[in-house]
Design a protein around this ligand. Structure first.
Ligand code: GLN
Length: 269
């Protein structure tokens, strides 16, 4: 049996969804000259296949993931970018002008996928990405370098609570904070709970801890007329809107993700 066919059978036995697609991605990454294989490539394919069959996600094995229009480096230090988060990028771009220079802030930037995707589409805009995890910021920095965006982005390694930006600094603030209720984390797929960093998932007892913290700071740092775009978990959109409404922000829109779940809350100061 051909190696590709063997890989597919192995992935099927391990109940990995999309076995053909995943086999091809492993081949493309480990053995670009396939069907010609060196012994080293063969061993690497075996190793990658074993890791995948123990439910390590393919993007963490290969080391990169596509998001919006670019390929992002990922590791276990960052949440793997999700297609559902692209709605946040699309919504931001609908709002952001194409000419005027603006300042945007990304709280909990992780791989940098949201901020860098926006900067790619708006050459006159500058961004700041914050993350409490230095290991995550190093990945974000490598992504900015690979995408030639270093001159327009600054990364700050800090807890967002310890930052002191001046009032009315940003035209837009975006965030995809950790929002999974603590008790639910153990029920997630192994691909998520064992390989995405806990710090990027854990939203406290009710999943809303970060939104309460963000509501303390975002309304101050945002310019009047500026927008905040927040990713939220399933069923959280209304509560999150209320938390920010109490701080004086106005709801502009709630956008659904690809599965029809309310995923992105857009509010304005
Ligand atoms: N901003 C990053 C993303 O959207 C990281 C989010 C996180 O770690 N919670 O993928």
């Amino acid at each position: 049996m051909d190696i590709r066919e063997k890989m597919i059978q192995t992935l099927i036995s391990a109940k990995i969804p999309s076995p053909r697609l995943e086999a091809d991605r492993i081949l493309k990454s480990a053995a670009p000259q396939y069907p010609n294989l060196t012994e080293k490539e063969y061993q690497q394919i075996k190793d990658m296949l074993n890791r995948r069959c123990s439910h390590e996600p393919l993007d963490k094995i290969i080391g990169c993931r596509e998001f919006y229009k670019s390929v992002f480096k990922v590791s276990t230090a960052v949440l793997s970018p999700r297609p559902d988060t692209e709605i946040l990028v699309e919504s931001a771009l609908e709002i952001l002008p194409t000419e005027r220079p603006q300042q945007i802030l990304d709280l909990g930037t992780g791989s940098g996928c949201i901020l860098l995707s926006i900067l790619q589409e708006r050459p006159q805009i500058q961004g700041i990405g914050i993350d409490i995890s230095l290991a995550a910021l190093q990945i974000a920095q490598q992504n900015a370098q690979a995408q030639d965006l270093m001159t327009r982005v600054n990364f700050i390694n800090s807890n967002w609570k310890d930052l002191h930006f001046k009032a009315d600094t940003f035209d837009m603030i975006v965030s995809n904070p950790p929002y999974i209720p603590q008790e639910e984390i153990k029920t997630l797929d192994p691909e998520v709970k064992d390989y995405d960093p806990l710090i990027a998932l854990d939203g406290g007892t009710d999943g809303l801890k970060c939104y309460h913290e963000l509501a303390e700071i975002i309304p101050l740092w945002l310019k009047t007329g500026g927008h905040v775009l927040l990713e939220v978990g399933a069923g959280q959109a209304k509560t999150v809107t209320d938390i920010f409404r109490q701080r004086g922000l106005k709801l502009e829109a709630i956008k659904q993700d690809l599965a029809g779940i309310e995923r992105c809350v857009i509010m304005r100061k």
